[in-house]
Design a protein around this ligand. Structure first.
Ligand code: NAD
Length: 410
């Protein structure tokens, strides 16, 4: 019988038949979610031979929820995610420029999933880099504040005019802010920045990471991004961390070095000096942009997993969105969601199953079997002598190939 995962004094208690919450997702969610479950179930079976099994519990969100109960994000779904402690979700569509706010952001905020963890690792796809295998880093993106807080005022609205008036009283002139501007707020707080950096440093220690880099745009936004950097370094000095981390300028003495890079420089450094970076801790918008750019170097959005983690609660999800133009075509690459599920398996302490999933992805790509995006990349590369001819598979067939390789590797 399925049992709930429990959070006891901040630690997870995971039964052998845990109920795991999942949201299928909009658009390509209906393609990639079944593929993910197929591969995860095979991995758990191969790793534990029936002694462990996941009982998937579907929760509704997005278009499916709207069709069934007239709401895109029912309270019941948020409660369900909270009660199950750990879950995984497919992508959810957000209208641009109007309509409702992002459901993804709403979930992260409601459950206070304050760190978004996005590993960037090469599994064998085509890459614009000469040595993609050297890129093996993790982006730690703050998940609850910054311009994603959703405090924005439409140009010409009474709130916006009032705010402009107030700014005028504080000496902000038209040269800085034009009178017909829309306005948005970028809150960056000490408490939220520090808890995010603490989580990143604990992760760096637990995962044996060799360098931590604070990414910021503090040269321009001194009181927000600049403060994030200062608070980040302050965390390194806290008793829990000082013996394990050495901030820039200190003699490391065997400790993990922590340094910083300005955001624009960071974008070029991950391409030109890929091997040098290991764990990048940053604010919300920087992290969102950097993780997509880094994903492009290791196979694109089809190969980009992620997890949103708070104090125990966690919801894993691919970096990409609902790609509506490919919805229901059995075409897209489910690897991002499958690799997100591998992160989830690690998170619940089922590392053997997680390892099998990752090795199956590696093996399948080495056989040059993949979805359209992977095959398009391989075909565009100069021929590698002796490499097998790429074979294009649909989303479900690719999941079968993974399951097959997984069984062979167990
Ligand atoms: P997207 O990530 O959905 O797709 C952009 C392009 O990336 C696609 O057209 C496709 O070429 C490629 N792509 C994405 N996923 C792929 C996969 N699994 N395999 C192969 N190729 C893939 O971005 P978008 O089109 O800008 O956004 C569509 C919707 O998704 C929007 O409503 C957006 O708000 C939402 N979104 C949701 C999330 C989330 O659920 N966390 C994240 C980003 C965007």
């Amino acid at each position: 019988m399925a049992d709930r995962i429990r959070l006891v004094d901040g630690a997870l208690e995971v039964p052998d038949r845990p109920a795991l919450a999942y949201i299928a997702g909009d658009g390509i969610g209906s393609d990639i979610s079944p593929a993910m479950r197929r591969v995860v179930d095979s991995a758990v079976e191969a790793a534990y031979g029936g002694a462990r099994r996941i009982a998937w519990q579907e929760l509704l969100a997005g278009e499916k929820a709207y069709a069934e109960c007239g709401q895109h994000l029912p309270q019941q779904t948020l409660e369900g995610l909270r009660e199950h402690v750990v879950g995984i979700k497919g992508p959810l569509t957000t209208p641009v420029g109007g309509g409702f706010r992002s459901l993804n952001v709403a979930i992260r905020q409601a459950l206070d999933l304050y760190s978004c963890i996005r590993p960037v690792k090469w599994y064998g796809s085509a890459s614009p880099l000469r040595h993609p295998e050297q890129l093996d880093l993790v982006v730690f993106r703050e998940n609850t504040e910054d311009v994603y807080a959703g405090v924005e005022y439409e140009a010409g609205s009474p709130e916006c005019r009032k705010l402009l008036e107030l700014l005028g009283q504080w000496g902000v002139g038209e040269a800085q802010v034009a009178p017909d501007s829309a306005l948005g707020l970028k809150p960056i707080s000490q408490v939220r920045s520090k808890r995010h950096v603490r989580k990143a440093l604990r992760y760096a220690r637990a995962e044996g990471r060799r360098r931590v880099t604070l990414m910021h745009k503090g040269n321009i936004m001194k009181h927000t991004e600049g403060a994030f950097l200062r608070w980040g370094y302050e965390v390194c000095e806290e008793p829990e961390f000082a013996g394990h981390f050495a901030r820039q300028g200190q003699d490391s003495g065997g400790r993990i070095p922590v340094d910083d890079r300005i955001a624009d420089n960071m974008f070029q450094q991950i391409l030109t000096r890929s091997a040098d970076y290991d764990l990048i801790v940053t604010t919300n918008l920087n992290g969102d942009l950097l993780s997509d750019a880094a994903a492009a170097a290791v196979g694109g959005l089809g190969m980009a997993p992620g997890g949103n983690v708070g104090d125990g609660l966690a919801v894993f999800e691919a970096t990409h969105g609902s790609a509506p133009k490919y919805a229901g075509q059995d075409k897209v690459n489910p690897s991002s969601l499958i690799l997100s599920a591998a992160m989830m398996l690690d998170y619940i302490g089922w590392g053997e199953a997680a390892g099998l999933v990752r090795r199956a992805v590696e093996r399948t790509l080495a056989q040059r079997r993949g979805t359209y995006d992977l095959v398009r990349g391989w075909r565009a590369e100069p021929g590698v002598p002796g490499a097998p001819e790429p074979v294009e598979l649909g989303c479900a067939a690719y999941a079968e190939a993974l399951a097959e390789n997984l069984a062979a590797g167990a």
